[in-house]
Design a protein around this ligand. Structure first.
Ligand SMILES: C[S@@+](CC[C@H](N)C(=O)[O-])C[C@H]1O[C@@H](n2cnc3c(N)ncnc32)[C@H](O)[C@@H]1O
Length: 220
């Protein structure tokens, strides 16, 4: 009886993760408040671009086509819509259903990295950021727009930490309580970023955005 129930629940969760969640994520990531954050960083990408967590390709229309040579998109849950959206913009997308923790790219091989609303969901963010540092050219830039841990008021940060274990099980592994800027800096980047609540004070509304380059101490 118990194992039948476990099987049923596992199958419901699998259906939710594979069929329902991608639709919900695509809808949430299309909200105006999120698009405004994309518009602050994605148009700056240039040359050979690595997009980490390319998802359903919502960044496609924010790239500056004149500046981008091609986009290499990695995501373990790559959505078919990604190709459609990049094709519609006339931008070459080379996509791979892979995790950012092990990037199939040479050292110092990309000019820009774009990462939007993804670091919250990567199981091992430090490993992924170290990989990004490895593949980024010394003069390259990581452009990011993310949501994360709110330091002010302290109550929201505490709530984020408290509910993240439950939240991540229904949201594709999304952590509400990551200090994005601190993680990027700890992985060996120099960060020039901003952070604030964007739409009232709420658990998903504390945004971080900016750019980062490989720290001088990490340049070979
Ligand atoms: C909230 S969605 C954002 C998608 C897209 N970046 C955007 O801005 O619309 C988070 C994305 O991170 C991806 N992701 C999760 N773990 C990952 C990993 N280890 N490496 C790369 N992407 C990952 C998910 O599959 C999902 O597509």
């Amino acid at each position: 009886m118990t194992s039948k129930l476990t099987l049923k629940l596992t199958s419901i969760k699998k259906n939710y993760d594979n069929k329902v969640l991608p639709i919900l994520i695509d809808k949430a990531c299309k909200l105006d408040v999120v698009s405004k954050q994309r518009a602050l960083v994605v148009p700056k990408a240039h040359g050979i671009v690595l997009e980490v967590g390319v998802g359903s390709g919502l960044n496609a229309k924010f790239y500056n086509k004149q500046k981008v040579k091609r986009v290499i998109g990695v995501d373990p849950h790559l959505q078919p819509l990604a190709r459609e959206r990049f094709d519609n913009e006339g931008i070459e997308l080379i996509s791979q259903p892979l995790s950012a923790e092990t990037l199939p790219l040479e050292d110092n091989s990309v000019d820009s990295i774009v990462m939007t609303f993804t670091l919250c969901s990567i199981p091992n963010p430090m490993q992924a950021l170290r990989e990004m540092r490895r593949v980024l050219k010394p003069a390259g830039t990581l452009y990011y727009a993310e949501h994360g841990l709110a330091p002010q008021p302290k109550l929201i940060g505490k709530i984020q930490q408290l509910i993240t274990p439950a939240w991540k099980t229904v949201s594709g592994g999304c952590h509400l309580d990551r200090d994005i800027e601190q993680l990027i800096a700890q992985a060996g980047f120099e960060v020039s970023g901003q952070q604030r609540f964007t739409q009232g004070v709420n658990i998903v509304g504390y945004y971080y955005w900016g750019e980062a380059s490989v720290a001088a101490s990490k340049l070979g």
